[in-house]
Ligand binder design. Structure first.
Ligand code: GLA
Length: 338
């Protein structure tokens, strides 16, 4: 039985919701559609929160971690914080060195959404005005989180009244041990033969690497920590893994497994890439749930998205959303115990 309820409403309009069934309990909010907690059981039936999150979600305004956040308009980096569309140049905030990151200074992670309760979840709605953070077009956005028997499904729907660019993701960091250990011994499997290479600013540079024979090969399960310190240019640029995997199949593209607790997470997405980010610069942020900032490698983020920096890389950038066209993407996180 799925139970959806509002658990708190603050004077400033921030609301908190709980969605639960026999297996999973999820806490979310209309502030930036953050997923704040995901409780699942381990092999012994013990419940723990396997998601990293803020002690106080309002801290998202001054934090660069994007823990559990909805990211938009465009996830990841846009080189030189500008792009061209239909012959116009659009200047964006350079909020990550010279590049633009995760929607800008006040991205969708910081916006207050309208909400409606669904039978099996919550739908958040937001109208992003024309030129918000420098992006053209008013975008009408719907984000629906639904609790399924074994997991959480995220659906993104959007339409714009002008041609624009859009690459929406959620940015959940997982720690399947419930915070007992770092993520080095988590095992990862990615159905992907290639990654998008990055430059020394972690910006996708239009080159692609075949994972075979490299520390990026997760076509079979490997511990995250096994090769994370290898002397590979791409590992050096990112200080670990912070790369988009070009996923090759349509289901179960990423699996994360913690042998100790038995918790297994499977990600399926309609999108072409999954960013694997091993929290290489998570330290020093705002307080996390345990009343202190997290450390590097306390979690691993798995973010389904279009190719980062697509507008500068792809011949026909899939991030372009034409006026009146429907944007639709679904990503689901399934939780099991093995
Ligand atoms: C993404 C990026 C990382 C970092 C995090 C947020 O995963 O790829 O480089 O910016 O978001 O801290």
């Amino acid at each position: 039985m799925t139970e959806i309820k509002q658990i708190e409403e603050k004077e400033n309009g921030i609301c908190f919701f709980e969605m639960k069934n026999d297996n999973i309990r999820v806490i979310t909010t209309n502030l930036g559609c953050h997923i704040l907690s995901i409780f699942t059981k381990d092999r012994a039936g013990q419940e723990a929160d396997i998601l990293l999150g803020f002690e106080n979600v309002e801290d998202c305004e001054k934090d660069g971690s994007y823990m559990g956040a909805l990211v938009g308009r465009v996830a990841n980096r846009i080189a030189d914080a500008k792009f061209q569309l239909n012959g116009e140049t659009y200047e964006l905030a350079a909020n990550n060195g010279k590049n633009h990151l995760h929607g800008g200074l006040h991205g969708w992670n910081q916006k207050l959404f309208q909400y409606e309760q669904l039978e099996d979840g919550i739908r958040f709605c937001y109208v992003s005005p024309d030129m918000e953070e420098g992006y053209p077009g008013s975008v009408f956005l719907k984000v629906s989180y639904r609790l399924k028997e074994e997991g959480l499904e995220m659906e993104y729907e959007a339409v714009s009244d002008q041609d624009t660019i859009l690459n929406i993701t959620n940015h959940p960091y997982f720690n399947l041990s419930g915070g007992q250990d770092k993520i080095y011994h988590h095992q990862l499997r990615m159905k992907a033969d290639q990654i998008a290479c990055v430059d020394e600013n972690c910006c996708a540079n239009g080159e692609f690497l075949d994972v075979a024979g490299t520390p990026f090969d997760f076509r079979d399960f490997h511990e995250i920590g096994e090769r994370i310190h290898e002397d590979h240019e791409q590992i050096r640029h990112a200080g670990g893994y912070d790369h988009s995997y070009l996923v090759s199949e349509t289901l179960d593209q990423a699996v994360l497994y913690d042998p100790k607790s038995g918790r297994k997470l499977t990600v399926s997405t309609t999108l072409p890439c999954i960013q694997v980010y091993t929290a290489n610069f998570l330290a020093g942020g705002c307080n996390g749930k345990h009343g202190k900032p997290y450390e590097n490698r306390d979690g691993v983020a798995l973010e389904a998205q279009f190719l980062p920096n697509s507008i500068h890389i792809e011949k026909e950038p899939r991030v372009i959303l034409r006026k009146g066209e429907q944007y639709h993407a679904v990503t689901s996180y399934r939780f099991e115990v093995e």
